[in-house]
Structures are given as C-alpha cells and as structure tokens.
Design a protein around this ligand. Structure first.
Ligand code: G4P
Length: 532
C-alpha cells in the first residue's frame, strides 16, 4: 500500500474485441456517454469524417477512410477511471490489434446476436486466453431478430471453449423484443427503445414473482416462455464464480442493444464490479505489483509518422506500477539510458491531451525519437529490470518483396528493417540464403499498402509485392531438439528464418500443418513467437 493505491485501485483497463460490425464502436460510444467523456455519442467515429479527427496522420487513411491505428480512451464513471483500448477491425486488422490485448487487464467481447461467434473474435479471443484475462460478453443487437439464446451460449462455449454465465436473459428479439430478465434481482426490465445518442430510457422493473404484472407487461406468450427458460437456465448454466471469471475460464454474458441503448449501463456496472484492478506483471525479478511506489511501464505499440511534418513516432506504453510524472526521469532499460519522456500524452476521443501525471493501469503515448522497440521496459533510474516481452503473433498474409531500383539497396534495407522494428510487418528470409530474398508477413493485408506507401514516401524506394499462397506460419517450439535441415514437410511447405535467425515454417493450409506434424514425430509448432 502506498499513497497511490487509491488512484490505482479505481482503474480498470480493458480492450474491446469483436468482429467488424458487431457494434463495438456503438457500445464504446454509449460507455463514453455514461461517463460524460463526450456529449453526444457518435463522435468517437462518426464513420467517414469524425474518425479522421482521431488519427488523421496518414494519407492512406484519408484515401480509404479507415483508421490504421488503434486508439485509447479514458473516462470516469461511478468513481472508476476506465481505460478502453480499441482493437481495430476490418482491413486495418494488424499485429497491433493483438498487441493491444497485452496492455489490457480484461476484455469485453461484443457478439452480434444474429451471427454468433465470428472469425475476428475467435482470433482475438485466443490471445485473451493466452493471457488468462477475464472476458465479459455483451450480446448485441437484440432489437433485431436474434439466434436462439441457448444456441448463442452454446456457440460461445463450443467455439471458444469458455463456460458462460448469463447475467441477464433476453425476452424475445427483433420486433418482439420485450426486455431482459435480471437473474440476480429476479426481475424483468422492460425494453425502452430510445433515440440514438441519448441515455437509457425509463424502463419498468417488475419482479418475476408478480406473475400477473409480468403477464401484463410482456404478454402471456412471452411470460410463459420466459418462466420456462428461467427454470431451464437455473438448472443448466454454470454457477457464477468470480474467481473463475477472473481466471478467464467463465464469461458473464449480458444481452442488450447498443444502438437503442438498452442494457448498456447494466452491463457496464456489472463489468466494473467484476473486472480486476490493474494486474501485477511478470518481470525478470518476479511479479511487479502495481501499487509499488516506483514507476514502471512497457511499450506495447509504436505508431509512426503521426505528424507527417515531423516524421515522429509515438510509443504507447502501459504503466505497470506507481505514478508517472511528466517531469520525472526514467530508465529505458533496453536502451541503457536515463531520460525524460517527451510530450507524454493521452489520446482522447478526438484530441490529444498533454498529461502531467498518470497511474498504473493507464496508457500513455510519448514522443519517440526512434529509440524504443515493442516490449521495452521503462522504470525508475535506480532500478534495472525487464518486463516479460510481447510475443510475436502469426501473420496470415505473405508476399515476396521486389525492389525496383537495385541501386537503392541501402535505403531499402534500412526502411524495411525500421518498419519491421516498429512492428507493422514481419520480415523473413529464405532459410538457406541471405537478405537478397525478402518475404514480408502481415496480419492484415492493409499493412502491405502501408509498407509500400512508407517505403516510397519516407525512404524513396519503390517496391513490388508478389503475393505468396501461404496462410499459416508456425514457430518451432522445441528448436533445440529438431534438425531443421532434415524436417520433412509437405511439398508446399516453406522453411524461412526471421531477423533473429529463428527458423519458421510457412504453410498453405492447416492440412499441411497436420501432415508435417505427423511426419515429424515430436515436432512442436506454435502460433506465437517468443518475445524478443
Ligand atoms: P463495429 O465498431 O463493431 O464495427 O460496429 P459499429 O458499432 O460500427 O456498428 C455496425 C453497425 O451496426 C452500425 O450500423 C450500427 O449502427 C449497427 N448497430 C450497432 N449496435 C446495434 C444494435 O444494438 N442494434 C442494431 N439494430 N444495430 C446496431 P451501420 O448502418 O453500419 O452504421 P450507421 O450508419 O448506423 O453508423
């Protein structure tokens, strides 16, 4: 315990994960509305225009009308200080999206009630599981026709392998959506479709035991169905257990409609009650408690050229312990230097705010003159420890890079290495050759365009990308026990190495991965590369 404990304990830092269009942005807007961070929901990302205000830093964004970066938002609600980390979707899905999850202490998973679990949610969920962070589910769009409620829960359990515990239960959906049954209070909260951008309308609450009133409110048919489902549910669903939730093995589920602002505040309240305070982090000197007096942080994301005129980079860091003060000196452990962090800032919905202090749990962005790398540790000058690094996530798209003007070899290598160091792309070489053949791997295809654009604009190097058919990459988990030269895979498998010389295997499909594992008994392949 120290003087900062109170500030730290009221912090909740979470990421929102979902498949595009499930309603992540709409839900975030509503959260902010409750927190009073913005006046009118809609200004987080008013689709084409307002979104640019958030990160208007790259031509490519303007051309495509999408946000390449992920943003961090902070707001206050009910005495809590909440940090939301957005995980961008659509084409702008990138390795950054995964890395963002390394900075969160819990995750909110938004699922479209008419779709169930979708591809991007599945991918992001895997990272949450790896980190064993609690996951809170919001099943959205109940004002539209939804899948059967039991099927939706079943889908989450089967697809994601996590037990579910409904906090509330929907009564109908679409045109016949009547509201939800709150399992804890044992009452029905009626649906009050409200205007976009306003707070929740006045809902009626009726205890379920007052059956006549219940029937009056939602009608006989819905009431019969609900009473039957409640009975089924109480017998069948997993017992609520906070410890299991916090271990990431059980997800509390709320149903609602972000657009019409139904069930959002209830979800937020439940979530804040159950989510953890900033968690301790592993370092080479053991777990570092957030409440420790001394400041420490790690870099989880580097964003280049936010301001084109200055060609600067912003390093995003998650504060892991103590309090940050803009005037303090910190040690950049990997760089071996003691320094002041320049222009510390917090990225709000549509503005950047220079900040003077922040606490464990918070995310800050600082000006980076090109010294930070992803995973770097910062701590107070008298200390010298390293936080556990950030794993490398598997790219899903690969291309061979051809340089158009071979005279510019030096710029080309410098550029591509720097962009890789920022973590926007991963670069590989043929296993048995040098740097003449470069393969680029990216998590989202947009990164190919970003690479091409940046090499041309910042390094004056033109390239051509030839797409390769690989979709999967695997690290070799037991490298010391395997002779890479002798590995026998399928004919379409390719052996490559990364910049650190680690061997990797590229596969066209998952069947080839299975065949290779079959042919090489004892071989261990992993989807995450160990941290640098
Ligand atoms: P995302 O960030 O997860 O990609 O999703 P986003 O919030 O942008 O929502 C995707 C679309 O789904 C939007 O419609 C949004 O209005 C709608 N939506 C979100 N929540 C709900 C809900 O609870 N009920 C219903 N019926 N729709 C919902 P759009 O037409 O693509 O955009 P817009 O023109 O409404 O902004």
């Amino acid at each position: 315990m120290n003087q900062y404990t109170e500030e730290i304990n009221r912090r909740r830092t979470f990421a929102i994960i979902s498949h595009p269009d499930a309603g992540k942005t709409t839900l975030t807007e509503k959260f902010l509305l409750y927190g009073g961070a913005i006046n009118l929901a809609g200004s987080v990302k008013g689709k084409a225009t307002a979104r640019h205000a958030v990160s208007d830093w790259m031509e490519i964004e303007k051309e495509r009308g999408i946000s390449v970066t992920s943003s961090v938002l902070q707001f206050e609600y009910g005495g809590y200080c909440i940090n939301i980390l957005d995980t961008p979707g659509h084409q702008d899905f990138s390795e950054d999206t995964y890395r963002t999850l390394m900075a969160a202490d819990s995750a909110v998973m938004v699922i479209d009630a008419s779709k169930g679990v979708e591809a991007q949610t599945r991918k992001l969920f895997k990272v949450c599981v790896m980190r064993k962070i609690p996951i809170f589910t919001f099943i959205n769009k109940m004002d539209r026709d939804a899948n059967d409620t039991f099927d939706l829960l079943d889908d989450i359990e089967k697809e994601l392998g996590i037990a579910t515990c409904p906090v509330n239960w929907p009564i109908g959906s679409g045109k016949s959506f009547k509201g939800v049954y709150d399992r804890e209070k044992k009452c029905v909260i009626s649906y009050s479709g409200t205007e976009k951008g306003t707070k929740e309308g006045t809902a009626t609450e009726i205890p379920v035991e007052k059956e006549a009133d219940l029937r009056g409110l939602i009608g006989d048919e819905a009431a019969d169905k609900l009473l039957e489902e409640i009975e089924l549910l109480d017998g069948a669903s997993a017992e609520f257990d906070l410890e299991t939730v916090r271990a990431g093995e059980l997800t509390p589920v709320c149903f609602g409609s972000a657009l019409t602002n139904f069930g959002v505040e209830i979800f937020l309240k439940h979530f804040l009650k159950m989510a953890t305070t900033p968690l301790p982090r592993r370092s080479d000197k053991g777990l570092i408690d957030p409440a420790e007096n001394d400041f420490s942080a790690f870099v989880f994301k580097i964003q280049a050229n936010m301001n084109k005129a200055h060609r600067d980079r912003i390093a995003f860091m998650r504060i892991c312990s103590g309090r940050f003060d803009a005037n303090m000196e910190v040690r950049h452990v990997q760089g071996g230097k003691v320094m002041r962090l320049s222009q510390p800032q917090q990225i709000m919905a549509d503005e950047r705010k220079i900040l003077s202090e922040a606490y464990a749990g918070d995310i800050i962005g600082v000006f980076d003159p090109g010294v930070f790398s992803i995973g770097d540790t910062l701590c107070c000058p008298k200390e010298k420890f390293l936080y556990e690094g950030i794993p490398t996530f598997a790219p899903e798209h690969f291309a061979r890079v051809r340089q158009m003007d071979t005279m510019k070899r030096k710029q080309f290598v410098k550029g591509i290495e720097q962009i890789a160091q920022e973590g926007a792309i991963q670069i590989f070489q043929e296993f048995n050759s040098g740097f003449e053949e470069i393969i680029v791997g990216v998590v989202g295809v947009l990164q190919f365009d970003v690479l091409k654009y940046r090499l041309e604009n910042e390094y004056n190097v033109e390239i051509r990308l030839e797409n390769l058919p690989y979709e999967h990459i695997r690290w070799i988990g037991n490298r010391d026990e395997v002779d890479i030269e002798k590995l026998s895979g399928t004919s379409d498998m390719k052996k490559v190495k990364d910049m650190r010389g680690n061997p990797l295997l590229l596969f066209v499909n998952s069947w080839s991965i299975g065949m290779t594992l079959d042919r090489n008994k004892g071989l261990v392949l992993t989807e995450f590369g160990s941290p640098s």
